[in-house]
Design a protein around this ligand. Structure first.
Ligand code: 5GP
Length: 217
């Protein structure tokens, strides 16, 4: 894995630089995203819209734009969402086109979205975008973590494991995979990958070149 530590947030000014973190639920993606944001002040977080209720530690407009199902539906109908998914039954999450346009005009952007959404963003942005798939060491380990977290009832736990099984089957479609066995190492690996994407000329980024070969982009 590339361990480059240099950052060049002013380079490659002519292209948008969009970094996407995606993962099965329980893989530690949000912890990794928070630590990455703390260590890369130039990276801007793209705030998604969601219909799920706000949690007590969250701030509207910072963690998400919390909206009603009606407002979300208006966004869908007016074509304002770059992508959206019903990530959990009755809970919609989406990326506003204007949020990405605004943040990407200022510098590199980080998106923390689910696996199907990440595939759609990759499709939309091509080589302007770099998608890192965070995964647990195994499905058994994921089940153990979700059980320990105690946030799921048995049926929701089974749903998440089914969904994770599907998502893990698609990991080869992303630009890089980070195994989150140990949080510190996973953060280090993720930071190195992001720096190497941001510093690279798109024509000489090995990850992107291999993706182009794979997909015929
Ligand atoms: P949570 O409710 O725990 O904040 O997030 C649930 C899942 O929704 C996470 O996997 C998160 O990455 C994903 N998510 C958050 N925002 C978006 C978005 O805009 N689009 C998609 N497709 N998924 C999102």
């Amino acid at each position: 894995m590339n361990k480059s530590k240099t950052s060049n947030s002013n380079g490659n000014a002519d292209r948008r630089r969009i970094v996407v973190l995606t993962a099965p639920s329980g893989s530690g993606k949000t912890s990794i995203a928070r630590r990455v944001m703390a260590q890369m002040p130039d990276l801007r977080f793209s705030v998604s819209v969601t219909t799920r209720p706000i949690r007590h530690y969250e701030r509207d407009g910072v963690d998400y734009h919390f909206v009603s199902p009606e407002t979300f539906n208006d966004y869908i109908e007016s074509g304002e969402l770059l992508e959206y998914q019903e990530v959990y039954p009755g809970r919609l999450y989406g990326t506003l086109q204007r949020e990405v346009d605004r943040t990407a005009a200022e510098g590199p952007v980080l998106l923390d979205i689910d696996v199907k959404g990440a595939l759609n963003v990759r499709e939309a942005f091509g080589t302007d975008c770099f998608v890192i798939f965070i995964r647990p060491p195994s499905l058994e380990e994921l089940e153990k973590r979700l059980t320990l977290r105690g946030s799921e009832d048995p049926s929701s736990l089974a749903d998440r494991i089914d969904k994770a099984t599907y998502e893990l089957e698609h990991q080869d479609r992303f630009d890089a995979v980070v195994v989150n066995e140990d949080l510190d190492s996973a953060v280090t690996d993720t930071l190195a990958l992001i720096h190497s994407f941001l510093d690279a000329d798109p024509d000489s980024n090995p990850a992107i070149e291999s993706r182009q070969r794979k997909n015929g982009d």
